[in-house]
Design a binder for this molecule. Sequence first.
Ligand code: PMP
Length: 359
Amino acid sequence: MRKFNFCAGPAALPEPVLLQAQQELLDWGGRGCSVMEVSHRSAEFTEVAERAEQDLRDLLMVPDNYRVLFVQGGATGQFSAIPWNLFGGEVQSADYIHTGQWAGKAIKEASRYGKVNIVASSEDRNFCYAPAANAWQESEKSAYFHYTPNETIGGVEFNYVPEVKAPLVADMSSTILSQPIPVEKFGMIYAGAQKNIGPSGIAVVIVREDLLERAMAGIPRSLNWKIAAEAGSMDNTPPTFAWYLSGLVFQWLKAQGGVEAMYQLSLQKSAMLYDFLDRSDLFSSPVDTASRSRMNVPFVLADDRLDARFLSESEEAGLLNLQGHRSVGGMRASLYNAVPVEAVEALVSFMADFERRVA
Ligand code: PMP
């Protein structure tokens, strides 16, 4: 009944997680109500919240001097929150790498509050690559250094972590939990949940403790990391169901072997699709080989008059949501953790068959 879902987000969730949520929806652990219907300050929800945080810490090996926050407002809320939280010290400028639409939006937002130095950009070739590590010079003084390790729309991924002096800030919305990361190299990491974590409505922030002291005067309370940290992410009512479901995903991830297992799977799944694209005469990838994303695989057909037919026939074949982002067109298959190898096998086999049929 369930189909293979390649949506970029909100994206596929692990089936065992959905089944558990379904089972617990009317009667959660014998309480006679659901997790959505209890106080966020109750002992039973506190347990859910704390376990989710601990599981996330375990999965990413988050050091003790980092705070983990569960916040609202999505990743967009966070690229707005970053300047508010980090421009309150001596320096009101920051370095940004421009790699596409999400980096671009973060840049535009930060520019409203301080000076943004674009230290590297891949705009010269329509954002089809991640700038090399030696392609930029850091500013002398910078409150932080922001980059987007994986551009969800362009399908461009950094295959390295930048080495910089300023606190490194990363939008990991579409790559978090898909590989081990050296958290200690980052000042702050943020991610909207709706790709590799859980349902939309919640976002995760991992922030080094010393950075909680740099907020600008007048920062809106709801964006203030220090207030969130002091209140255990419950200064106001959090999205409890999204938090609970994210917690189930963390437990599922642990049972699958954690982020190293997800990393190996992501290499296997994405290689299967890229190998096919590179062999095909009809389909191709617009992204430089070294920067191809393991999570989001955009591709184009040599004749775009076939796009509509490709989309309708793939959907009939049970392969959902392959349309590229509305701003760029073409196709995109997102291969997040919850997308099984069988989905990619089915996709590649459908594409090969489609190519034969239209030849
Ligand atoms: N950054 C990246 C890399 C994203 O992929 C997205 C969502 N697609 C966003 C930011 C914006 O996320 P949200 O809708 O949660 O604000």
